[in-house]
Each structure stands twice: as C-alpha cells, then as structure tokens.
Design a protein around this ligand. Sequence first.
Ligand code: ADP
Ligand code: ZN
Length: 760
Amino acid sequence: MADGADRSLFGEAAEAPAAHEGVYAEVAVQKPLRCEFTYRVPAELADRLRPGMRVAVPFGRRREVGVVTALTDSTDLAPSRTKSIAALLDDEPVVDGALLDLTRWMAGYYACSWGEALGAILPAALKREKGTKKRLMIAPVAGVGADQLAEVEEKFPKQHRLLRTVLEIGEATELRDLTRRLNLSDAPARSLAKRGWVTLEKVDAAPDELAQADATERARPDQLTAQQADAVGAIAEALDAREYRTFLLQGVTGSGKTEVYLRVIEHALAQGRGAIVLVPEIALTPQTVGWFRSRFGEVAVLHSRMTDAQRHDMWQRVRRGEARVVVGARSALFAPVQDLGVIVVDEEHEPSFKQGNAPRYHARDVAVVRAHRAGAVCVLGSATPSLESWRNAKAGRYERLILSERVRGIRMPAIEVVDMREEIPEQEGPKLFSRRLGVYLRQTLERGEQSILFLNRRGYSPVLWCRECGETVRCKQCDVSLTYHRRINKLTCHSCCEEIDPPKACPSCTAPGLRFLGLGSERIEDSLAELLPGARVARMDSDTMLRREDYERTLAAFGAGEVDVLVGTQMIAKGLDFPRVTLVGIVDADSGLHLPDFRASERTFQLLAQVAGRAGRGELDGRIVIQTSTPDHDAITRAANHDYEGFAAVEDELRADLAYPPHGRLIRAVLEDTDESKVKAAGAALADLLRTRVGPEGVMVLGPAPCPMALLRGRHRHHILLKAEPASPALATARDLLVGFSEEFARPRTTIDVDPVGLM
Ligand code: ADP
Ligand code: ZN
C-alpha cells in the first residue's frame, strides 16, 4: 500500500505513465480510505495495463471500480493476500499522467483519499462498471389536486411536500432534482405512485440544453479600451513565453472582463493550445455559453446538471481534442484538455467554487496548481476579489491587472445609503421600503424603466417570535428558526426542509399571539402589490424557481420588458446584464453582516457591489439604494463609494491581527453524531491530542465548541479550528493527526475541511 499524500504545495511531478510489464498494480478506489490497494495483474492484461486505466477489483465482498495509479514488479504483501484484478475497463488511460498527479496532490492537500479525488474528476459514467443510467421522471396524474393534498397533509408531510411541488411544476420532472431540493428519499415518490397520484417513468436523457445552446452574438469590439488592451497584452506575453503565471484581473462591473478572457483564449488557440473557463454554476446560462460558442465554434460544456452520458460524451470530445475550449462550473477544471494554455476563473471570489463534500477542494486554488504544473496561464477575474487573491497579488505571487472604468464611458451608478433607524414606519411590523426607495420605485415605473429589489432571504418572515417568553419557533432537528412561507401557509426549516403548520400558541410557554419578525422575499413581493398597484412583479428565489427552465424563462421575460420589478435573492446578484434596469434596491444590507463568520463583512461587501453592478449598464444612468441599520459599517460605506481597494486594505489588517486567512491558514474538523455525549468526548480527546502533538507554537487549536449550527438534521455538531502561519509545517502534521483520528473512529463522524470557506 502506498500513501497517496504529497505534502508540498507544488510537489514533484510523477513521471508520465508508460506501458509497463509489472505484475502488481496499485489501485485507488472511491472510498475514504487514504491508501491505494495492491492487486495482482493477470498475465493476459500485463502488456495492456497502464496507470490511469480503470479496473474492476474484488473489494471486501464486493466488486469496485478503481483507477490504476502505479504498476510495480514487487510487493511487500504476502502473495496469498493479494487478489487479482477482475477486469480491465478501458483500452487507453482515462486519466492522463498530469491529472493523476494533480489528484494525488489534492488528496494530500485536502486530506481525502486519492480515490475520492479521482471521483471528483471522472464523470459518473466512468465510475460505474456498467453503462449509463436513465433518468427517472415524476409527473402528476390528471385530476389529482387539492383533495389528495389534503388527504396526506396531516399524516404524511413528506408525501405532501413532494406532491405539492410536483403539482406546482405541472409536468414531468426528474425525480432526483426534486428529492435533492426537498431533502427526501425516494420513498415518498413510491408511495405517491402506489396511490396512483403520480407516475414514475424511466426515460432516455433529453439533449442537454447548454450543450445545444446557440451561439449568441457578442459583437467583437473593434477596439479594446486601453486598460483591456494592457491586460490582454500582459497575459498574451506570458502565453508566448509558455510560462506559468497567475493574473488577478480586477475589473469593476461592466468593465469588459469577458472580452479580455475571449481575447486571451483566442491567443491560446492560435498557439494551438486549449482553454478552460470556470464560471459559478448560476452564471452558466445558454447566453454565457453562446458568447464563447459565437467566437470559438466548438465549445464543450461541463456542469452538474448533465446526465452521466452527456458528461461522458463531452469528456471524450475534449480528450480527443475535438473541442479545445471548455466552459463549465467547478468540476470542468478537470476536463482533459490537451496542451492547456489558459485557465480562466470568473468571479473568483465566489464561495461556490469550494466543494462541500469530499474532496473539499477549492476550484480557484486547484486551478492555480493545475496551471502551474501545465506551464499554463491562470486568469482570476472579479470586481471584488477574495482577500486571499488580493493578498497574493500584493505579495507578488499573482500579477494584478486593473480595469477601473466601465466600457463605452458608462458611469458607475450613484449609490445612496438610507438609515432605516430614522425611517418612521407607516404601519406596524418591519419597515420594508424607505420613503426614498418608495418614491424611486414609483418614478422608475412611471418612466417605463425597470427595477431590481434584492433581499437575501426567502420566505415571508424568517422568525416567529413569542412576546411573552421571547422564544422563537425552531426546528426540532436543526438549531435554526423556522421561516414562515405564506403562500403555502407553513413554517419551513431552511436546513432540513421539514415543514409544520404555524402553531396558534407558543410551543414553549403556550401563550397565544406569536408574531412575525423580519422579512423575506415573499413579503417584499406581497408589499409591492400595495406600493405599486399595477406593476408587473416577478420573484426569483429557490421557492419560485423550481427548475432551471423557470429561471431562464423569468430572466427572458425580464429582458423582454414584460416585468417591471424583479424581486430576488442572491440568484439575481450575478451576471445579469439588462440595459433598462435603472434602479436597484437592497432592502436589507445587514442580513448577512452579523453571521458568526470572519468573512461576513467581505461577503456583504461583495454582494452589495455585485448587486449594485446590475444597474445602469446601458445608456440610462443607474441608481442604487442601500437600506441599512448600520450605515457606518465599513462594508456598507465602502461599497457605497465603490471603494474596493479601501475595503480590502482595512479588512486585510483586521485579518492580520487575528491571523485569519489570508494571513493564516485554517483547517476545520467537524464531529457529528446523534449522541451529543459522544461528540463532546471525542472533541475533547481530539483537541487534547492536537494540543500535545502540535501546539502551541506551530498551530493554534481553537475549541472544541458547538458549531454555530449546533444541531443539523438531528445530529449534534462540534468543531475544532486549527489556525497556523500559511507556511507552517506543523499544519501538515495536524492534518495527518486529523486523518488518523477520522479513520480510527467511525463514531462520531469526523470531517476535515482544509481552507474552509464556511464556518457554520
Ligand atoms: P464585466 O464582465 O466586466 O462586468 P462585460 O465583459 O460583461 O463586463 O462587458 C460589459 C459590456 O461591454 C458587454 O456588453 C460587452 O460586449 C461590452 N464591451 C466589452 N468590451 C468592449 C469594448 N472594448 N468596446 C465596446 N464594448 C465593449
Ligand atoms: Zn430542520
């Protein structure tokens, strides 16, 4: 068995796989066991087997698919203990030497197994031995409606939740999408099918709409702005030198970053090299894909909603070099592009580039490593770079390119901050709209222009509060307040998706008269009907946008001027480019500011800047109103002044004082179990172990302490945070101790998150 971990950031490259006469193969399987397994190579396979090929192997009592990582002609294991490879699944390696090497590095760095890292890069079709699954579709049966809903509402809330959603969609939908969204198993669907209220049918996959997306013209401007030209020039120079370099393209919203990416990719293609473009999942629309397709023709698209077969097909086309430009979300980073010239990471500050389950990798950081190893150029683009990238640029590790002006002389929108503490409420309850925002909304409507209202909270009201005892109504399985959703008249847990009927009296003290506190997007939509009678309002949040198609349809309607006001959550913060939007209202800028996370301020600043960037992108000037109760907070004053640089400098100093990233590195271990005493005991033991072995000079051990979300889906959660100097060798030791601990004890479950982006 070999340890897959490579401890240095830019570890030595493994030698390229070559045909081998070896008798033993090291095989990585997709299990959290951080080692590879040795198998005997049957004689008939000996001259065909190479690293990077998939094999089927006996594993315990089962048969698993694994990837051959190395071939050797000797083993320390007793011959009687080595089993033989059962079958070879490929004619040629599916993972080339560079990607094998990259995944090995990921396994070491992110404290997962090599097999898990490989699992992130291989399309699912490659992970299973047999072919591709079909899609299971669920559809409502005609005539089923309110009566049936009422019948299951009391006794079978899960069936109720599913049936309600299926009826709302009104046509066949992929079951997997719904069960994931509603946090359900397949059981409620089967029960509903048994009742004859829905049909379940397996179908062949429909063609992927993004793969089919038509080329959308994005006129190639004859002339770049001076700043664009400088940026393209600097990056092209690095391409010509065939050198690794990372650039931070810091450009305000509307400054033409996309045009820079397009020119750089043109340059790489002209050299005969390939390109990968990563965008946040939400920004991966037919329009975005179309821009790239109109310039480059053959563009491969990779994203999480594709079926296995579609991903497999794309993957093959890229491997054969038929498509040399890949556009996609996080996992597109691993596309087998030959002779890679450039990797672009757009909106590099987006937390969604970090994967939430093993391997918990950050696509931006791995992009830099992949580019480094390939001798390629990495371009990180953002209007509001992460503090990590900003610091890397300051320290000279990345080269910063700045686009400070919008193209075509368009001005940055004027931003007005409204202090909500000084607003006199017109009615009881929360203050939704300041007078100023109300006036602007009316004026905008009268001029026939469009508005966007942003509130990063869905539902009607996030808290139901008892004024007698001060308690709020909380989820029994999760440590969070339940959100009231008025349209369905339920209290919903935004962590586990369970629903209950709103209680008439306080569950804690039985006093009647619970009150709604706070506001959500649903409430904004309702109030707009009063404020702007006759206005056409659309709401965009994950309650209304049940499917991707809904999202695209609503955006298209907004673009066509069929909607006057778009109300939404972070779904609308990104990438929307509508020239008739002249007003953006941020209803409650404070909602994310007080979260127990050291990045709360940075996130708020980024979100405000992104949302503000949606206004005034055409000929018409734009106006932004930020409503807040903390108008002097740095994130708000700086956002109002378009002062990213000032914000970053102050925030960077605060982080330095506390040794938080980017001045320190973090590893987070979360222990979870239904039994709280187990979690407490294990947490204390683990913290002791860490403190004796690595503390306190090398690594600061914080905790154990209950996580901010101390109870999630019925599991108690405690965490330990390790903090260290970025280059501290003790951090690697601590990581190994965590790995050892997590493998030794099945309960409580320990998850290790290296460079976490969330601390909840
Ligand atoms: P960003 O990504 O920085 O927000 P975009 O790349 O979306 O900005 O560009 C904003 C708009 O400006 C787009 O409509 C784009 O076609 C246009 N544009 C980009 N570069 C130029 C240029 N040099 N001259 C004229 N228009 C341009
Ligand atoms: Zn819950």
